[in-house]
Design a protein around this ligand. Sequence first.
Ligand code: UT7
Length: 324
Amino acid sequence: MRYARISGTGSFLPERIVSNSELALELSTRNILTSDRWIVERTGIHQRHLAKSNVTSSQLAIEAAKLALNKAHLEPLDLDLIIVATSTPDHVFPSTACLVQTALGATKSAAFDIQAACSGFIYALIIAENFICAGNMQNLLVIGSEVFSKLIDWNDRNTCVLFGDGAGATVVTASLTSGIISTHMMSDGNLTDILSVKGNIANGKIIGDPFLRMDGQSVFKKAILALEDSARLVCDRANINPNDIDWFIPHQANIRILHLVAQRLGISMKKIVITLDKHANTSAASIPLALDKACNDNRIKPGDLVLMQGVGAGFTWGSVLMRI
Ligand code: UT7
């Protein structure tokens, strides 16, 4: 049996940390009212990292990728494929993955981006697993990288307090012993309106709204149902009970979603890896950022069973169950 195993993780966050109180103060100068208390109570977020305006997704991705390669004891020339999951690419084209490829000097690799919003990392990991299981690739780099601050309407308190910037990278390697055990991915294009950035570039102009818009309550309710169903499916396929997992790494959007999904699945709260307090919602980067954190602080150990779940615009969602 050939498995896809995560052999290295890395992450990178912009230096500037903005606390809820600092953000609330800044917003108050434009008569936009929010508070540390509201943000913490409704989301669990305490702070976020925000990139300078000239920082791009590829720059964050490159730093995270170097660290992941180092952990995997691999060189860029060992890579067969680079996939970057992002909704904030540097350009329309070339892909952010091609920019990462050239910066690393991974000249024996193919490279492309995928866009599945906050589910992007899970989608990209499942794509990587399929290339490995098909038998024609050995080492892949799967990255989630975002500068979501560029999509935020800083006059909309419903959304501007929720997001942050960052990148997480994983090296995915073919293995005969352990790795990804079961996966699931799904979309519902009927729900495009509940979370979107509808603007596009045409004829030298931005046509439509260039900012992120969200019907938070609809997303909240759909996320809980989708994540619960998807988790049950991957656990059933692997013939395990959800509480048999050692670590639960859901997309980091809202602490209430994380708790409710874990509760419905019977997963102990102690098993949830939480980084949204420090990072806020970093979209496609949130899961690899959390995975890297929990590997670095030795919570996740070799042999552990880990369930990762993404959910976001599209509507898209999915799960990966893997043995580390
Ligand atoms: O990454 C993709 C996945 N994204 C998600 O999963 C996000 C899912 N949704 C959520 O996390 C939550 O729905 C939010 C955090 C976005 C909002 O929380 P909520 O409990 O659903 O609040 P709400 O939208 O129902 O708003 C409650 C009140 C409203 O005031 P009224 O109408 O009750 O007077 C809002 O205007 O809170 C108000 N409000 C705020 N107040 C202070 C909304 N944003 C803020 C704010 N500060 N930043």
